[in-house]
Design a protein around this ligand. Structure first.
Ligand code: GTP
Ligand code: NA
Ligand code: MG
Length: 299
């Protein structure tokens, strides 16, 4: 079997939570970067994906999901490639609509959740208030007699970060995450865009296998041949294995977030699968834009 050779892989962790509760700041603190400062209006418009490596060698892949209602569909898709969700709740703001939405996504996906109670540096910080409030949404943290892990953090004061990473790695160990690195790569599109200089680009999370420069692939209804692979630090790399987010150059067009990625044997096969997928998409669009029988009758 092609998936016989299973090796441990890093966990894929999605950070969810209400707008401005500190998702990007927390990721910045974990990575030692400052993405928030570079964002238009401090609002995350797309899903960023990053991998961190601990001094002891363990790796964690993080997905930063947008905080706005309009992106909830993408967020729902995000939960499918996620092993663990970190739910960020700012203690001062409390449980908000998108906190509740995230809890529903997590429960639907059956993914383990760790609650990060953020902004604990602010005067009067009260994490207990959040633990109690979560009970209303059927989320019972350990202190309240349940099994959900929680951790008090401050993204700006950089406290509680090691504890959060420990809890993620502990949870990941229980999940026994494995993937075969020795096969044709498969993955999921995290984000895609058209770059003026470099052409269509896609950030892909590799689910299994190892992607190499020169590989031929199908990506949504597009296809291509890997011209270059770029990691989350902007560095060019030669190969990308399981759970690594990587930017791919060499696409025929721009795919959509959530689209499936797969390496295929030949260019002919790539064109064939891509055009089949495009025709399925066109059929679906035509169907939904076609007036219903009732509408046709009234017209
Ligand atoms: P969206 O992507 O727009 O949903 O927001 P977000 O959840 O990524 O929040 P973001 O990291 O952009 O932080 C929102 C605001 O809260 C910023 O002004 C941060 O500086 C501030 N903030 C984040 N974490 C902390 C914290 O631990 N303490 C304090 N005092 N402020 C914080
Ligand atoms: Na924000
Ligand atoms: Mg953000």
């Amino acid at each position: 079997d092609i998936d016989d050779h299973l090796l441990p892989r890093p966990p894929v962790v999605t950070i969810m939570g209400h707008v401005d509760h500190g998702k990007t700041s927390l990721l910045d603190a974990l990575r030692g970067t400052n993405v928030v400062k570079g964002e238009a209006g401090g609002i995350t418009q797309h899903i960023g994906a990053y991998q961190i490596t601990r001094k002891s060698g363990e790796k964690i892949t993080f997905l930063d999901t947008p905080g706005h209602e309009a992106f909830s569909a993408m967020r729902a898709r995000g939960a499918d490639i996620t092993d663990i969700v970190v739910l960020v709740v700012a203690w001062d703001d409390g449980i908000m609509p998108q906190t509740i939405e995230a809890i529903h996504h997590v429960k639907d996906a059956g993914v383990p959740m760790i609650v990060a109670i953020n902004k604990m540096d602010k005067a009067g910080a009260d994490a207990q208030k959040i633990r109690t409030a979560l009970l209303q949404y059927d989320v019972q943290v350990e202190e309240m007699g349940g099994e959900v892990q929680d951790v008090e953090v401050s993204a700006t004061a950089k406290t509680g970060l090691d504890e959060l990473i420990d809890k993620i790695l502990l949870q990941a160990e229980l999940l026994e995450l494995k993937a075969n690195p020795d096969r044709a790569a498969e993955g999921t599109v995290i984000e895609a865009r058209l770059d003026k200089g470099r052409g269509p680009l896609a950030s892909v999370l590799i689910n299994r296998g190892t992607l190499k420069t020169g590989d031929i692939f199908v990506i949504g209804a597009e296809w291509g041949k890997v011209r270059a692979l770029v990691d989350d630090q902007g560095k060019q790399i030669k190969t990308a294995g399981p759970a690594l987010p990587v930017e791919i150059l060499g696409l025929s067009g721009v795919p959509k977030a959530g689209d499936a990625f797969a390496v295929v044997e030949t260019e002919a096969r790539a064109r064939e699968v891509a055009s089949y997928r495009a025709s399925v998409e066109t059929a679906a669009r035509t169907e939904s834009s076609m007036p219903s029988l009732e509408e046709q009758f009234l017209a």
